[in-house]
Design a protein around this ligand. Structure first.
Ligand SMILES: Nc1ncnc2c1ncn2[C@@H]1O[C@H](COP(=O)(O)OP(=O)(O)O)[C@@H](O)[C@H]1O
Ligand SMILES: [Mg+2]
Length: 365
């Protein structure tokens, strides 16, 4: 078991800085997720922890040891990749035990570890099969098994579920979470999928352009995003951003005049006269007359463009003043159709506002 500590870590490829001033303290037994769009530096950071990529600057510790110059095989980590990387000519047992055999682990110990891991992953009936005789989900379990038998201090996983279909991904997501609870091994898990990040992480690092944007628990990232990027990245459908003008603690435009709750309203006073983004999540909007959101200083006029009934709820895509759009999650039984002019009510306790220049959440400025 071990902590992983990165202090001001940089990775430069020529004149491209892939990872910049990355500082993070991953606690023992934590399930830490790195999330962000493609190219933001997730894999590079993970590969630096693994030792597969040299660190350009900064310090990396695993446990109480600085490992900047320690080769991968001596770091006591195990990595799981998106493409499984199984040996096609070996059966499941051989794939899982390969690393242990290289290390000359005693045979009885190998049998015990492979047996335990196979049982845990429910692949104990597949030990004689070759990878091509397995489904995608089974192959991914073998790849996990190969990591587990190493009994490492840290698991590193790079988009391990991306090659699976949607249903299997949900299943494997739960399996990996359960596995983590069982084994309690410090895990760093990379994904571009915010749902995976939210559902699996004890904490999440949101990255963009090689820079950490925010490190927090899933619910704090959702409720208290520090900037517009984080606010827009976490949540589906994404948070709506409408441009309005700050005025006397309100945010106004020809289509709306919103007065956010106390604290934010005060922060807006310093922005008076300036344009700001108002951020509203789709679930914090309702149809006037058909919502439990109380009315008062919170009306947005909109015209419905698309209605998407999903059964449990309905999403509407609506135009606000012709040049802006928003998505609202409304009651599945609301009677609305494309073309309708409607009034939406915003739940003022959940409003966010961001300045146009830095896109910081004004609540925290
Ligand atoms: N070996 C490399 N040489 C040059 N640039 C690289 C190399 N590996 C990654 N990069 C660049 O570093 C940035 C981060 O890449 P990566 O860590 O793979 O992102 P992610 O995993 O978040 O999609 C990208 O701009 C990518 O093009
Ligand atoms: Mg990657």
């Amino acid at each position: 078991m071990a902590e992983v500590i990165l202090e001001s870590v940089y990775k430069r490829f020529g004149n491209v800085t892939a990872v910049e001033d990355f500082s993070l303290h991953i606690k023992d037994e934590e399930f830490m997720v790195f999330v962000g769009p493609s190219g933001c530096g997730k894999t590079t950071t993970l590969r630096m922890i693994a030792g597969l990529e040299e660190i350009s600057d900064g310090t990396l510790r695993i446990g109480d040891r600085v490992v900047n110059d320690v080769p991968p095989k001596d770091r006591d980590i195990a990595m799981v990749f998106q493409n499984y990387a199984l040996y096609p000519h070996m059966n499941v047992h051989q794939n899982m035990s390969f690393g242990l055999r290289l290390r000359k682990t005693p045979k009885a110990e190998i049998e015990r570890r492979v047996g335990d891991a196979a049982k845990l992953l429910q692949i104990d009936h597949l030990l004689d099969r070759r990878p091509r005789e397995l489904s995608g989900g089974q192959r991914q379990r073998v790849a996990l098994g190969r990591a587990i038998v190493r009994e490492p201090k840290v698991f590193l996983m790079d988009e391990p579920l991306s090659n699976l279909d949607a249903k299997l991904r949900v299943e494997m997501r739960a399996s990996i979470s359960k596995l983590h609870r069982r084994l309690g091994v410090t895990t760093v898990y990379v994904t571009h999928d915010q749902v995976e990040a939210m559902t699996m992480g004890t904490r999440i690092v949101v990255m963009k352009d090689g820079l950490i944007q925010q490190v927090d628990s899933p619910i704090n990232l959702y409720d208290k995003p520090v900037n517009r990027f984080v606010a827009g990245f976490m949540g589906s459908p994404a948070m709506n951003f409408l441009i309005g003008t700050a005025q006397n603690g309100r945010i106004t435009s020809p289509q709306f005049d919103l007065k956010p709750g106390g604290e934010l309203s005060q922060k807006l006073v310093s922005q008076s006269g300036k344009k700001v983004y108002v951020g509203i999540r789709p679930e914090n909007l309702g149809l006037r007359g058909a919502t439990s959101i109380p009315e008062g200083d919170n009306i947005i006029k909109a015209q419905i463009e698309v209605v998407e009934p999903l059964g449990a709820e309905t999403h509407i895509l609506a135009s606000v003043g012709g040049d802006q759009t928003l998505v609202a999650r409304i009651d599945a039984h609301a009677r609305v159709q494309a073309g309708d002019s409607v009034e939406l009510l915003a739940d003022l306790g959940f409003l966010h506002a961001f300045d146009l220049e830095h896109e910081h959440n004004l609540r925290f400025v």
